[in-house]
Design a protein around this ligand. Structure first.
Ligand SMILES: Nc1ncnc2c1ncn2[C@@H]1O[C@H](COP(=O)(O)OP(=O)(O)O)[C@@H](O)[C@H]1O
Ligand SMILES: [Mg+2]
Length: 149
């Protein structure tokens, strides 16, 4: 199932992230959810992720994980998920994920958001939600495509 969006500004991208977060929070299943984000630098992956994590109920400031590779936030007990992970795969190889606790994280009820997900495609679950970001015509336009099974 594919869904195409055109956001006209950052606020609309934030809104889209919020809607997806609300939908995922409604899931009762105990399996993990992986969001696989791809798109050029500046296309909005981090903006989307920060809004998404905030909408899950995280109040802390969410920095870009580019320099830390992975950040984990504990989710409120009111959700059926334990943690949300923000992973920047730009500089890593699939094998590096082992040291980051990837296997445990995807085997449990966590939400994982991966920027530059194409770099670790081989280890992503088949039911990952792929989100592609592209610059639009206008300076603040972005084309965002959600692709899921
Ligand atoms: N429609 C939009 N959606 C998302 N970001 C936008 C949009 N319009 C402008 N921007 C700006 O583009 C930049 C996107 O940067 P960022 O989210 O860090 O991208 P990436 O993580 O893909 O490199 C931010 O400065 C953001 O404010
Ligand atoms: Mg980024």
């Amino acid at each position: 199932m594919n869904k195409d969006y055109l956001t006209k500004n950052t606020k609309e991208t934030t809104q889209l992230a919020k809607e997806l977060a609300e939908e995922i929070l409604k899931r009762k299943s105990k399996s993990s959810v992986v969001l696989a984000l791809v798109g050029d630098l500046g296309s909005g992956k981090t903006t989307f992720t920060q809004s998404f994590i905030k909408a899950l109920g995280i109040k802390k400031r969410i920095l870009s994980p580019t320099f830390v590779i992975q950040k984990r936030f504990k989710l409120p007990p009111s959700t059926s998920f334990a943690n949300v992970y923000h992973i920047d795969a730009y500089r890593i190889k699939p094998v590096d994920l082992i040291g980051l606790g990837w296997i445990g994280a995807i085997s449990n009820n966590n939400i994982l958001v991966v920027e530059w997900a194409d770099k670790i495609k081989q280890v992503l679950p088949k039911d990952a939600i792929w989100i592609r970001f592209k610059h639009g015509k206008g300076e603040t336009e972005r084309r965002i495509t959600l692709n899921r099974r």
